[in-house]
Design a protein around this ligand. Structure first.
Ligand SMILES: CC(C)(COP(=O)(O)OP(=O)(O)OC[C@H]1O[C@@H](n2cnc3c(N)ncnc32)[C@H](O)[C@@H]1OP(=O)(O)O)[C@@H](O)C(=O)NCCC(=O)NCCS
Length: 164
Protein backbone atom coordinates (compact mmCIF):
# COMPACT_ATOMS: atom_id res chain seq x y z
CA UNK A 1 0.00 0.00 0.00
CA UNK A 2 1.44 3.43 -0.85
CA UNK A 3 1.40 6.43 1.46
CA UNK A 4 -1.28 8.20 -0.60
CA UNK A 5 -3.77 5.44 0.15
CA UNK A 6 -2.99 5.56 3.85
CA UNK A 7 -3.30 9.34 4.27
CA UNK A 8 -6.60 10.38 5.78
CA UNK A 9 -7.81 13.97 5.27
CA UNK A 10 -10.22 14.99 8.00
CA UNK A 11 -11.52 17.97 10.02
CA UNK A 12 -8.97 19.54 12.30
CA UNK A 13 -9.97 19.17 15.96
CA UNK A 14 -8.85 21.12 19.01
CA UNK A 15 -6.46 18.28 19.86
CA UNK A 16 -4.62 18.82 16.56
CA UNK A 17 -3.80 22.50 17.13
CA UNK A 18 -0.38 21.94 18.70
CA UNK A 19 0.70 19.41 16.06
CA UNK A 20 -0.38 21.73 13.24
CA UNK A 21 1.41 24.66 14.84
CA UNK A 22 4.67 22.71 15.24
CA UNK A 23 4.50 21.31 11.70
CA UNK A 24 4.05 24.86 10.43
CA UNK A 25 7.06 25.98 12.47
CA UNK A 26 9.13 23.34 10.66
CA UNK A 27 7.89 24.51 7.26
CA UNK A 28 7.65 28.28 7.58
CA UNK A 29 11.16 29.01 8.79
CA UNK A 30 12.82 32.39 8.32
CA UNK A 31 15.13 30.79 5.72
CA UNK A 32 12.16 29.45 3.77
CA UNK A 33 10.15 32.68 3.83
CA UNK A 34 10.48 35.78 6.01
CA UNK A 35 6.85 36.72 5.49
CA UNK A 36 5.44 33.28 6.26
CA UNK A 37 7.78 32.92 9.24
CA UNK A 38 6.53 36.22 10.67
CA UNK A 39 2.85 35.53 10.23
CA UNK A 40 2.68 31.87 11.29
CA UNK A 41 1.74 31.76 14.97
CA UNK A 42 -0.66 30.00 17.30
CA UNK A 43 -3.22 32.86 17.07
CA UNK A 44 -3.40 32.47 13.31
CA UNK A 45 -4.41 28.83 13.67
CA UNK A 46 -6.75 29.30 16.62
CA UNK A 47 -8.57 32.23 15.04
CA UNK A 48 -9.09 30.34 11.76
CA UNK A 49 -10.18 27.30 13.76
CA UNK A 50 -12.69 29.39 15.75
CA UNK A 51 -14.15 31.19 12.76
CA UNK A 52 -13.74 28.73 9.86
CA UNK A 53 -13.84 25.30 11.48
CA UNK A 54 -15.11 23.61 8.30
CA UNK A 55 -12.17 24.98 6.33
CA UNK A 56 -9.51 23.71 8.72
CA UNK A 57 -8.30 20.29 7.60
CA UNK A 58 -5.50 17.96 8.54
CA UNK A 59 -3.85 15.03 6.79
CA UNK A 60 -3.13 12.12 9.10
CA UNK A 61 -0.82 9.19 8.52
CA UNK A 62 -0.55 6.36 11.02
CA UNK A 63 -1.96 8.57 13.80
CA UNK A 64 0.33 11.53 13.09
CA UNK A 65 -0.49 14.90 11.59
CA UNK A 66 1.49 15.19 8.36
CA UNK A 67 -0.29 18.07 6.67
CA UNK A 68 -2.85 20.83 7.01
CA UNK A 69 -4.93 23.20 4.94
CA UNK A 70 -6.48 26.28 6.54
CA UNK A 71 -8.85 28.52 4.64
CA UNK A 72 -11.45 31.22 4.93
CA UNK A 73 -14.04 32.90 2.73
CA UNK A 74 -14.51 36.53 1.78
CA UNK A 75 -17.73 38.13 0.61
CA UNK A 76 -17.79 41.53 -1.02
CA UNK A 77 -20.63 43.98 -0.66
CA UNK A 78 -22.41 44.60 -3.97
CA UNK A 79 -20.85 41.51 -5.53
CA UNK A 80 -22.35 38.12 -6.21
CA UNK A 81 -18.91 36.59 -5.91
CA UNK A 82 -17.77 34.75 -2.84
CA UNK A 83 -14.05 34.13 -2.65
CA UNK A 84 -12.25 31.31 -0.93
CA UNK A 85 -8.84 32.12 0.46
CA UNK A 86 -6.52 29.18 1.05
CA UNK A 87 -4.44 30.84 3.73
CA UNK A 88 -2.06 28.03 4.64
CA UNK A 89 -1.24 24.61 3.26
CA UNK A 90 1.68 22.48 4.33
CA UNK A 91 2.91 18.89 4.21
CA UNK A 92 5.65 17.33 6.33
CA UNK A 93 8.97 17.67 4.46
CA UNK A 94 9.71 13.93 4.10
CA UNK A 95 6.25 13.29 2.65
CA UNK A 96 6.06 16.10 0.13
CA UNK A 97 5.30 15.19 -3.50
CA UNK A 98 3.44 12.14 -2.24
CA UNK A 99 -0.05 13.44 -2.95
CA UNK A 100 -1.04 14.72 0.52
CA UNK A 101 -1.11 18.37 -0.56
CA UNK A 102 -3.41 17.54 -3.45
CA UNK A 103 -5.71 15.49 -1.20
CA UNK A 104 -5.96 18.42 1.22
CA UNK A 105 -6.64 20.84 -1.61
CA UNK A 106 -9.33 18.67 -3.23
CA UNK A 107 -11.20 18.46 0.08
CA UNK A 108 -10.96 22.16 0.94
CA UNK A 109 -12.02 23.08 -2.62
CA UNK A 110 -15.03 20.77 -2.26
CA UNK A 111 -15.98 22.45 1.01
CA UNK A 112 -15.54 25.93 -0.44
CA UNK A 113 -17.76 25.03 -3.42
CA UNK A 114 -20.42 23.82 -0.97
CA UNK A 115 -20.21 27.22 0.73
CA UNK A 116 -20.85 29.00 -2.58
CA UNK A 117 -17.28 30.00 -3.38
CA UNK A 118 -16.71 30.93 -7.05
CA UNK A 119 -13.00 31.65 -7.01
CA UNK A 120 -10.14 30.47 -4.80
CA UNK A 121 -7.15 32.71 -4.19
CA UNK A 122 -3.79 31.88 -2.72
CA UNK A 123 -0.67 33.86 -2.07
CA UNK A 124 2.91 32.86 -1.48
CA UNK A 125 6.42 34.19 -1.89
CA UNK A 126 7.52 34.84 -5.47
CA UNK A 127 10.55 32.58 -4.88
CA UNK A 128 8.54 29.66 -3.48
CA UNK A 129 9.09 27.71 -6.69
CA UNK A 130 7.85 24.40 -5.31
CA UNK A 131 4.68 25.97 -3.94
CA UNK A 132 4.00 27.82 -7.19
CA UNK A 133 4.49 24.65 -9.26
CA UNK A 134 2.10 22.86 -6.90
CA UNK A 135 -0.59 25.54 -7.27
CA UNK A 136 -0.17 25.60 -11.06
CA UNK A 137 -0.60 21.81 -11.14
CA UNK A 138 -3.86 22.28 -9.28
CA UNK A 139 -5.10 24.73 -11.90
CA UNK A 140 -4.22 28.14 -10.45
CA UNK A 141 -3.23 30.73 -13.04
CA UNK A 142 -3.18 34.52 -13.67
CA UNK A 143 -0.23 34.96 -11.34
CA UNK A 144 0.24 38.54 -10.15
CA UNK A 145 3.21 39.77 -8.15
CA UNK A 146 2.66 41.95 -5.14
CA UNK A 147 5.17 43.73 -2.98
CA UNK A 148 5.78 42.94 0.68
CA UNK A 149 7.55 45.61 2.72
CA UNK A 150 8.55 46.03 6.35
CA UNK A 151 9.12 48.96 8.65
CA UNK A 152 11.46 48.19 11.50
CA UNK A 153 10.19 50.17 14.48
CA UNK A 154 13.09 49.20 16.73
CA UNK A 155 15.65 51.13 14.65
CA UNK A 156 16.38 54.70 15.83
CA UNK A 157 14.95 57.26 13.41
CA UNK A 158 17.43 59.08 11.20
CA UNK A 159 17.57 62.75 12.17
CA UNK A 160 15.78 64.93 9.60
CA UNK A 161 17.88 67.35 7.61
CA UNK A 162 17.35 70.92 8.76
CA UNK A 163 15.59 73.08 6.18
CA UNK A 164 17.47 76.18 5.17
C1 LIG B 1 3.22 23.05 -1.42
C2 LIG B 1 2.96 21.72 -0.68
C3 LIG B 1 1.81 21.91 0.30
C4 LIG B 1 2.60 20.65 -1.72
O1 LIG B 1 2.22 19.48 -1.04
P1 LIG B 1 2.65 18.03 -1.62
O2 LIG B 1 2.04 17.00 -0.78
O3 LIG B 1 4.13 18.05 -1.75
O4 LIG B 1 2.01 18.09 -3.08
P2 LIG B 1 1.47 16.85 -3.95
O5 LIG B 1 2.38 15.71 -3.79
O6 LIG B 1 0.03 16.62 -3.65
O7 LIG B 1 1.64 17.46 -5.40
C5 LIG B 1 0.56 17.74 -6.29
C6 LIG B 1 1.17 18.08 -7.64
O8 LIG B 1 2.05 19.22 -7.51
C7 LIG B 1 3.38 18.85 -7.87
N1 LIG B 1 4.35 19.43 -6.94
C8 LIG B 1 4.25 19.48 -5.60
N2 LIG B 1 5.36 20.02 -5.08
C9 LIG B 1 6.17 20.31 -6.12
C10 LIG B 1 7.48 20.86 -6.24
N3 LIG B 1 8.18 21.24 -5.16
N4 LIG B 1 8.03 20.99 -7.47
C11 LIG B 1 7.34 20.61 -8.58
N5 LIG B 1 6.09 20.07 -8.55
C12 LIG B 1 5.52 19.92 -7.32
C13 LIG B 1 3.45 17.34 -7.74
O9 LIG B 1 4.45 16.77 -8.52
C14 LIG B 1 2.05 16.93 -8.15
O10 LIG B 1 1.95 16.91 -9.55
P3 LIG B 1 1.56 15.52 -10.31
O11 LIG B 1 0.14 15.26 -9.90
O12 LIG B 1 1.74 15.84 -11.73
O13 LIG B 1 2.50 14.50 -9.76
C15 LIG B 1 4.25 21.24 0.06
O14 LIG B 1 5.31 21.16 -0.84
C16 LIG B 1 4.66 22.14 1.22
O15 LIG B 1 4.27 21.92 2.36
N6 LIG B 1 5.47 23.16 0.93
C17 LIG B 1 5.95 24.08 1.96
C18 LIG B 1 4.85 25.02 2.43
C19 LIG B 1 4.32 25.87 1.30
O16 LIG B 1 5.04 26.36 0.47
N7 LIG B 1 2.98 26.09 1.31
C20 LIG B 1 2.32 26.90 0.32
C21 LIG B 1 2.14 28.31 0.78
S1 LIG B 1 1.13 28.47 2.25
Amino acid sequence: MNKKEEIDVRDMTIDDLAAVFHLGEKLFTSEFSQSMYRTWDEYEITSLFNTETELCLVAELEGEIVGFALGTTVEKQNSAWKYGYLVWIGVRPGLQKGGAGQQLFVEIRHRMIEQGVRMIVIDTDADNEGGIKFFKKLGFDKMQQHVYMTLNLSKPKKPRKARV
